[in-house]
Design a protein around this ligand. Structure first.
Ligand SMILES: [Zn+2]
Length: 88
């Protein structure tokens, strides 16, 4: 049981929500689009020109988990949460 933290709509595909995920290899918390699989490391990366990376590439083969609010509050994403969604 936990929560997913959304930080808005994906500026790349304009369809998916950006969900905060923790990269367990680097410890980075980044926004991940569930539709086009693009990742954004910082909120600035969401502004044009977009600075996303394709999370499905092999070089980004890492485990992720859903960060909790405490973890997010220590990152650049702290003020960008627009929606919380409970998950099992
Ligand atoms: Zn997208």
């Amino acid at each position: 049981m936990g929560e997913l933290f959304h930080v808005g709509q994906c500026p790349g595909c304009r369809q998916g929500w950006l969900i905060l995920q923790r990269n367990l290899s680097s410890g980075d918390i980044y926004a991940h689009c569930e539709e086009c699989e693009t990742g954004f490391i910082t909120p600035d990366d969401l502004l044009w020109p977009l600075n996303g990376f394709l999370t499905v590439l092999e070089e980004y083969d890492y485990e992720t988990e859903n960060p909790d609010k405490e973890e997010i509050s220590r990152t650049v994403w702290a003020n960008f949460i627009v929606k919380k969604v409970p998950v099992e």
